[in-house]
Structure formats: structure tokens, C-alpha cells
Design a protein around this ligand. Structure first.
Ligand SMILES: NC(=O)c1ccc[n+]([C@@H]2O[C@H](COP(=O)([O-])OP(=O)(O)OC[C@H]3O[C@@H](n4cnc5c(N)ncnc54)[C@H](O)[C@@H]3O)[C@@H](O)[C@H]2O)c1
Length: 257
């Protein structure tokens, strides 16, 4: 393959990128970097007010989509293809992490976590890959898993951990399936990242659990959305041209402790 000069290697001009859950937190951070790299970015979110506002701030498109709805997911890809012709990049970021011990959890609450974090990620990956197959453009998918894909970070997250363990194995198997289409599929496993979602969840998490979590981060700070966004850039550019089915832990060293 022709060697791309280093100054061009992070450029995404002419590429279209979908970012789910792009209205806040990690998704917004990734969308910002993709816009900066020159991609046409479509953010989607269940929160239409925040999504519309952020799309104006970043200069990108917004499509309202609930990842639990197959119809919304199909519409998201169709809208992006209609507007931009092709899609080359998918960031499966939308996710929820309700803090609730399994013994207190209802079947409906369990199903909602899986529907958004795992089933929705599958549905969108499928629709995206079909669009890429149609265009022949090739592409890159980045799934946002978690350090909980590998090791539980706290009691109270059994449903979440089951979904994120699923994201890890889906990433690997789907990478195998779509490699012949020129689609690379990788996962980022963030540690604790200071986002709107984490702040909201902290109301339900005992203070000592949060304190203990942070005390065990060797780099000594919360992650920021941009810590995840810069890794995502690596995974959607030729910096990682020969990487697929892999997982990248971005956690300040938390899993080492
Ligand atoms: N923040 C962390 O510490 C952390 C750590 C590991 C993994 N993650 C993962 O990173 C991803 C983003 O987390 P975050 O902290 O930025 O979350 P966040 O709550 O700050 O933002 C998530 C966004 O997703 C949207 N969303 C929620 N449900 C949706 C649905 N059904 N359909 C579409 N959009 C929906 C929300 O409206 C919000 O804009 C999640 O998958 C999460 O599991 C986060």
C-alpha cells in the first residue's frame, strides 16, 4: 500500500462518520475531533434538544435515534447515505449504565440495558456494513466498550458488565465477518471518564465507591472525553490500517491495579 505522509494521516476529508450518543460526553468529544479532521459528521442521540444544539456548535448533522429502535437505526443510516452518498466511519458510543444491583433489577430494566448497549450496537453495525458493502468504500467501526468488558469495576453493574462483555466478543466476531468488505472493527475500553452521564450516575453510587475507584487510577485523574477521542482517531485513520478485532484500554492504568 502507498505510504501516506504523516501530515495527511489524520485527515478524514471526504469521509462520512456516524457517532451515536453524540450529544454528550465521550460521543460529543469524538464528534469534535472527527469534525476537526475534516469528516462530514452525523451525530445521533435520543436527546433531540441536546443533539440539535451540539450539532449547531460543531457544524455537523443531527439525527434523532433511539438505539433500542430498529426503525430508528435503519433511518439513521439511510438519512446519512441520502445526504452524503456513503458512510465510512461508525462510532458505536451510545450506552447507559444504570447502577442497580441485579437482585433489585427488573427484567425490563435488564432488557433496556442490553437493547441500547448491545442489540442497538449490533443493529447499527449491520446496517452500516450493508451500506459499505453497497458503496464498496471500505470503512472503520469503533465500538465503545468499557474496562468492565474485562473486569467488573463495581458491584451494581451486572447488567452493564454483561452488555459490555458482549460488545468485546461482538467486536471480535464481527471483525472476522466484515474484513472481506474492507471494514475494520475495533473496541475502546474506557476507564472512568468525567462526563454528564457519570455525574448523573454518581447520585446513585455510594461516595466511597467513587473515591475508591479514583484512588486506584495510577495516572491519578479522571479521563476526559478527548482521551477517548484521540484513540478513536487512531482507529479510524490509516494509523491503524492493519488493526482489526482489537481492544484498546484507555483507563489511566486502572485495570493494572
Ligand atoms: N464515562 C465513563 O466513565 C465510561 C467508562 C466506560 C465506558 N463508557 C461508555 O462510553 C459511552 C458513553 O458514555 P458517556 O459517559 O459519555 O455517557 P453520557 O451519558 O454522558 O452520554 C451518553 C449519550 O448517549 C445518549 N443516549 C442514551 N441512551 C440512548 C439511546 N437509547 N439511544 C441513543 N442515544 C442514547 C444520551 O442522551 C447521551 O447524549 C457509553 O457506551 C458508556 O458505557 C463510559
Amino acid at each position: 500500500m502507498a505510504k501516506i505522509p504523516l501530515v495527511d494521516i489524520l485527515r478524514l476529508d471526504g469521509k462520512t462518520a456516524l457517532v451515536t450518543g453524540g450529544a454528550k460526553g465521550i460521543g460529543r468529544g469524538i464528534a469534535e475531533r472527527l469534525v476537526e479532521a475534516g469528516a462530514s459528521v452525523v451525530i445521533s442521540d435520543i436527546d433531540a434538544e441536546a443533539g440539535t444544539r451540539v450539532s449547531r456548535e460543531l457544524g455537523c448533522d443531527f439525527v434523532k435515534a433511539d438505539m433500542a429502535s430498529e426503525e430508528d437505526v435503519r433511518n439513521l443510516v439511510a438519512t446519512a447515505v441520502e445526504k452524503h452518498g456513503t458512510v465510512e466511519i461508525l462510532i458505536n458510543n451510545a450506552g447507559i449504565y444504570p447502577f442497580r444491583p441485579a437482585l433489585d433489577m427488573t427484567a425490563e430494566e435488564w432488557d433496556r440495558v442490553q437493547a441500547i448497549n448491545l442489540r442497538g450496537l449490533f443493529l447499527l453495525s449491520r446496517e452500516f456494513a450493508k451500506a459499505v458493502r453497497q458503496s464498496g468504500s471500505g470503512g472503520a467501526i469503533v465500538n465503545i466498550g468499557s474496562i468492565d468488558s474485562f473486569h467488573p469495576s463495581s458491584v451494581g453493574l451486572a447488567a452493564y458488565d454483561a452488555s459490555k462483555g458482549g460488545v468485546l466478543m461482538f467486536t471480535r466476531n464481527f471483525a472476522l465477518e466484515v474484513a472481506p468488505l474492507g471494514i475494520r472493527v475495533n473496541m475502546i475500553a474506557p476507564g472512568g471518564v468525567a462526563t454528564e452521564g457519570v455525574t448523573a450516575a454518581q447520585g446513585n453510587i455510594p461516595e466511597e465507591v467513587t473515591r475508591e475507584f479514583l484512588a486506584r487510577v495510577p495516572l491519578g485523574r479522571w479521563g476526559e472525553p478527548d482521551d477517548i477521542a484521540t484513540m478513536a482517531l487512531v482507529l479510524v485513520t490509516p494509523l491503524s490500517a492493519y488493526v482489526t478485532g482489537a481492544s484498546f484500554i484507555v483507563d489511566g492504568g486502572r485495570l493494572l491495579t
